[in-house]
Design a protein. Sequence first.
Lengths: 204, 204
Amino acid sequence: MSKDTTTEAKIKEAAKRVFTNKGFAGCSSREIAKEAGMNVALVNYYFRSKEQLFNVVFHTVMDDFMLSMKDVFRMKQPLETKVRLFIEREYEFITKHPEIPGFIVSEMNRCEKGDSNKQFIMDEIAETGIFEEMNQAQIRGEMRKIDLFSATLILMSNCHFPFIAKGLMQEIHHIDDEKYAQQLVLHKQYVIEMMIGYLFPAKK
Amino acid sequence: MSKDTTTEAKIKEAAKRVFTNKGFAGCSSREIAKEAGMNVALVNYYFRSKEQLFNVVFHTVMDDFMLSMKDVFRMKQPLETKVRLFIEREYEFITKHPEIPGFIVSEMNRCEKGDSNKQFIMDEIAETGIFEEMNQAQIRGEMRKIDLFSATLILMSNCHFPFIAKGLMQEIHHIDDEKYAQQLVLHKQYVIEMMIGYLFPAKK
DNA sequence: ATCATTTTTAAACACTTGTTTAAATTTGTT
DNA sequence: AACAAATTTAAACAAGTGTTTAAAAATGAT
């Protein structure tokens, strides 16, 4: 039977939809089973427990999330181009999966410190060598001398928060889903302009 | 009996702690009662239901959250000073209540559209006249001609995301709570530098 | 066709959930 | 002190939780 249509895969996909939209605490095993069109017992037959199913889903989502990131970071392009592409790709990817950033940040805060399921999962970013590259660019005077923690955080803040805070922003400005999507297309351009201008000020 | 030590106030304070840290779905009535050192039935005796208690807490948190915001926006200061002060005060306030931004954005996304409990709650921001002030500054050429939705969103992204994404950022950079707090002090300065530089580029 | 294995099902498990009840206690008033 | 009102309590309610069980159905090998 084709890989994506096995019972196991169907449950996993249903769980991904439910978990990412409602969070671990916000849904039940039965809701996931119903979303998959399956009997409740099958969830535990294939994944042992709600917790283990969640861990599988979380890892899958994380891998998807970091795929395009790593892609861009490993490109043979000037750093400035990489930053521009990073923002472009993040908005492209998250527009298709708008619930993912909120899911990741809230579930990363939920666990007790040093949860082995979440540890080391982000190390692949450092392994692309992006931080060394930024460091070199700073030494050569091509990039603003800003702490790399903050460089990362500013980039992520401006790429992810706009999707996480959709409900809040819609209340402030009284705009519907369609208008919000339009605003984000515009917003991405401002973010690129601001980030490039700040991180690479040496132009001219 | 003093206002803050009545049974009702104690339950409300306990509920605020529990709700803001774990979210509506992430906790039970009994957990709130235990946190307050009270019998479970008292929660419903004073607040009718978990949902109504949540609404009371949510409104209280929102009012706290917007208080310093509105304060700054109503000051008789140049717009640039207001933006600088806004960032300073946001970091100051949220450092004391780091769980609030994540609580607000996630609970604003949880509800069905047009939830009367959350509607109009943000209108006080517009009522400070900050948007008109920005508009005038743009006309006078003192502020970059950026859509005011995006101006708001960029400001909030860089003030709130750093606290929402603490767990995620700690995993990426392998740093503990103390080090993270230090990084945020530094980060605030970068944010001020970037935001002022971007929004008010006319300098010299 | 037989039979062992895997998959699926309905039902039940013990426990927690939000909420309500009715009795007990405390409080304030006369 | 006596009594009514407000407060607090333990207990129970039905419904929902994650999980397990054992029987039924489907599958594949001989």
